[in-house]
Design a protein around this ligand. Structure first.
Ligand SMILES: [Fe+2]
Length: 254
């Protein structure tokens, strides 16, 4: 089975369309999103409709939980830009779409093969940037989520592609950011975490839409960093009245 896995579309329709098109071209049979469908950019409703229309298996991220907070009259724990954008998403979504987003699960086991989390198996809001954070996450993954074979999960939240491996015999965690198209062959007995980056607000220093393709027959994971129509997405952010910084960062990939 070939899985197309992406994360953090964040209401960027052009970035999401590019990721879906790449999945289609590659022949992906199942699609997975690791959360944060809305927030930051101009097209929350269109992005919700696109993931639902393509039967994407979704979990919710902190921005979906932000919608829930707003609904409950609470201030989501976010910076000022993210807060302004999640208020925009809230206003642009109707009640049916909002309810669908907030009712998504925080984590999933897909086909008994791999887990999907937003931030980390340790906590949905936890960022994994450093090896020590990856080590904590592996401990949670291996202890709390019984391995179906390899312990394997896909995450997002940092908006940067990354690959981490844990060798239980040597008790060694290895890994790093993935900055270009790269394919990994998974070794038996090892545990893995792959961060799909973001198809809607990539922060690895390039204006791209990122995703991974997981081939469960050959046990390979391939990263794809794709060009997309960044200028169109930026123009829509500016026209929508969202903070101009959110358009700027799309062009910088930050
Ligand atoms: Fe995000």
């Amino acid at each position: 089975m070939l899985y197309g896995i992406f994360s953090d579309p964040h209401s960027n329709l052009e970035g999401l369309q590019a990721a879906l098109e790449e999945c289609r071209k590659a022949g992906a049979e199942k699609l997975v999103c690791c959360g944060d469908i809305v927030g930051y950019n101009a097209d929350p409703a269109a992005c919700v409709d696109l993931v639902r229309g393509n039967n994407v298996i979704c979990i919710r991220g902190n921005h979906e939980r932000g919608l829930q907070d707003l609904k409950n009259g609470l201030l989501p724990p976010m910076n000022a830009y993210a807060l302004e954008a999640i208020r925009y998403s809230y206003e642009k979504l109707d009640e049916e779409r909002r309810s669908w987003l907030v009712s998504l699960p925080d984590e999933l086991l897909v086909d008994g093969i791999f887990y999907v989390f937003h931030g980390s198996p340790f906590h949905p809001d936890e960022y994994i940037f450093e090896l020590v954070e990856a080590a904590y996450a592996f401990r949670a993954l291996v202890n709390d989520y019984p391995p179906p074979g390899n312990s394997l999960c896909f995450i997002g939240h940092t908006h940067v592609c990354a690959a981490y491996a844990f060798d239980p015999e040597g008790r060694k965690v290895q890994g790093s950011e993935v900055a270009e198209d790269t394919t990994y062959l998974l070794k038996p007995g090892y545990h893995y975490m792959f961060n799909a980056g973001s198809c809607g607000q990539y922060r690895g220093g390039k204006p791209v839409s990122s995703l991974v393709l997981f081939d469960s027959d050959h046990m390979t994971v391939s990263f794809r960093l794709l060009p997309y129509d960044v200028e169109k997405a930026q123009r829509k952010v500016l026209e929508s009245g969202l903070p101009p910084f959110l358009a700027l960062r799309l062009g910088q990939g930050r």
